[in-house]
Design a protein around this ligand. Structure first.
Ligand SMILES: NC(=O)c1ccc[n+]([C@@H]2O[C@H](COP(=O)([O-])OP(=O)(O)OC[C@H]3O[C@@H](n4cnc5c(N)ncnc54)[C@H](OP(=O)(O)O)[C@@H]3O)[C@@H](O)[C@H]2O)c1
Length: 237
């Protein structure tokens, strides 16, 4: 019997990585729900993907707010009845100052973008993921989460908090059909620089397409037992 199309939810879908992931799943016959804050960017993305409305929806939400995540989950429930894959790509980076020089708001901004959006989405979507027989939760983090460099404290702290949330979730999902995993990247190579100009710096950069392919594998049946992993996508341990 043919499996039903999976329902793939991407928050932060208008990023280059979001485009690549959306294209990858759309090509494979899955259904997509794509979210970011900007309705115009979402409209352009929907034209690029070109799926029929029965397999596609977009909506603009700010997931720093718990209520937005709950509204998005209600929209998915009404349209698709369940969620199979939840991917949070919401990001942002603040750096270049010492711990004392950063403002309190800088720490709050990074925590909101990385940790709070993930917490709100996970809490809102878990009931819908439990209706799936192959649920997945995925985020993209950074090696800074466990090896924080100087002058990047708000970002490193926020990524560490986001990872701790996913690892706690993975523990709570043990023995269920849902998994939670983290990809770690050092830099996203949106211009194909690693190929064009290979150097010590670009050697660790990963393209959106490579990220999409890894995520696609993690959502496959072959990856049913990969849970609570932090997968380095930068060519070294
Ligand atoms: N880029 C890198 O080199 C790098 C390195 C390590 C880890 N990462 C991680 O990889 C992921 C993707 O990174 P990226 O650089 O591709 O991201 P990005 O270009 O900053 O895109 C972030 C996406 O999230 C949306 N967004 C931002 N704030 C939002 C909010 N509060 N609510 C809803 N949507 C929001 C943005 O669209 P709108 O503006 O339309 O809302 C956009 O679609 C992030 O989690 C990032 O931390 C990236």
């Amino acid at each position: 019997m043919m499996e039903q199309p999976r329902i793939i939810v991407i928050a932060g879908a208008t990023s280059p990585t979001g485009h690549a992931i959306a294209r990858r799943f759309a090509e494979s016959g899955d259904s997509l729900a794509l979210f970011s804050r900007d309705a115009e960017k979402l409209t352009n993305l929907s034209k690029e993907i070109g799926l029929p409305s029965s397999r596609f929806l977009t909506a603009a939400y700010d997931f720093r707010l718990a209520e937005s995540a709950h509204q998005a989950a209600q929209t998915i429930q009404a349209h698709f009845s369940r969620c199979d894959v939840l991917i949070n790509l919401i990001g942002g980076w603040i750096g270049g100052k010492t711990i004392e020089a950063f403002q309190t708001e800088d720490y709050a901004t990074m925590l909101e973008q990385h940790f709070w959006t993930t917490l709100h989405l996970v809490r809102a979507f878990l009931p819908l993921l439990r209706l799936s027989n192959r649920g997945r939760v995925l985020v993209i983090s950074s090696p800074s989460a466990s090896l924080p460099p100087a002058k990047s404290a708000p970002y490193a702290i926020a990524k560490a908090a986001q990872e701790t949330l996913l690892l706690s979730l993975a523990q709570e999902l043990k023995s269920t059909s849902i998994t939670a995993n983290i990809l770690r990247v050092s830099a996203i190579d949106t211009q194909g620089e690693r190929q064009k100009e290979h150097s010590d710096q670009t050697a660790s950069w990963v393209t959106p397409e490579e990220i999409a392919e890894t995520i696609y594998f993690l959502c496959s049946e072959a990856a049913n037992l990969i849970n609570g992993a932090r997968i380095p996508l930068y060519g070294s341990p």
